[in-house]
Design a protein around this ligand. Sequence first.
Ligand SMILES: C[S@@+](CC[C@H](N)C(=O)[O-])C[C@H]1O[C@@H](n2cnc3c(N)ncnc32)[C@H](O)[C@@H]1O
Length: 280
Amino acid sequence: MSTYPKGFIPDLQKLRSWRSLRGSLWRSPALVRLTYGELARLVKGAIGPKPCEVLYVGTGLGHVALELTRAGHDVRGVDIDRESVALARRAAATDPFRRQRGSLSYEVAGFPDGIGDAGPYDRVLFSRALHHIDDPEAAVSTAAELLVPGGRVVCVEFAHDRLGPAGARWMAGCRIRLARSGWWPGGVATSPDEETDRVARKWRTDHEDGGLNRLGAMVDPLKAVFRLRRLAWHPYLFWEPAVTDREQLVRFRLTSSVLEVSPSPGRWRRYRAHVRVLIG
Ligand SMILES: C[S@@+](CC[C@H](N)C(=O)[O-])C[C@H]1O[C@@H](n2cnc3c(N)ncnc32)[C@H](O)[C@@H]1O
């Protein structure tokens, strides 16, 4: 049974409150703007301004795909989840800009095995999907085969294993402050140190035991096949609320500036990978 209410449309240009979606960002337009709105902006920037043929792996509810087509790109979206594809199709069909935007199609398919004959594409986009894919190496090499010469992979990822002591302490501090004002539903430890330990332990159980790929399992295959142009770090997924003061904002922005990796021999002349990694 669907967890989404009747009439729910995941469209960043038509946001409204959905009180029944309690555990989801879609409950509040402000939360969606701060998270998926920023994600869409980040992805659009990484894809580039020139209209492109984009294969988007793991489109989810399609809100980022819709924004890409509104920016003039043609998008083929594939996602393994039937309900997500149905909702994404619904948003595409009711899009007030559907006559002006680029083409948009969705299919239920698992990447890379279910992709069939396709392409070539100017861009293959993984937005928060590669950490879910069982064989990221196969996914990356299939992406390379699907690109035109000079094409790019754009990868925005969740690097769960990058949560370090500073990140855990920051999360613990937020929880403690929220708990004091009655906004944190769970309990918190009595001291910041204890809460930091608790956060780190729970994080590891939730993400490592959950079978999600670690950063190296995604970046290493990308670096083996592509020339890595840029590796940028962002706080996942809450760009603005994650950055509670200006000093931190500057630190995050600086950290995210550039990290160029030397070209690997062989195929790098044909392809460029553009990787953005989001840390917890
Ligand atoms: C965290 S969601 C990301 C949704 C969207 N791209 C975004 O960034 O908001 C991950 C999506 O990847 C899809 N997915 C996971 N494994 C997949 C696979 N092997 N092939 C295609 N889609 C997959 C899931 O069904 C889910 O919709």
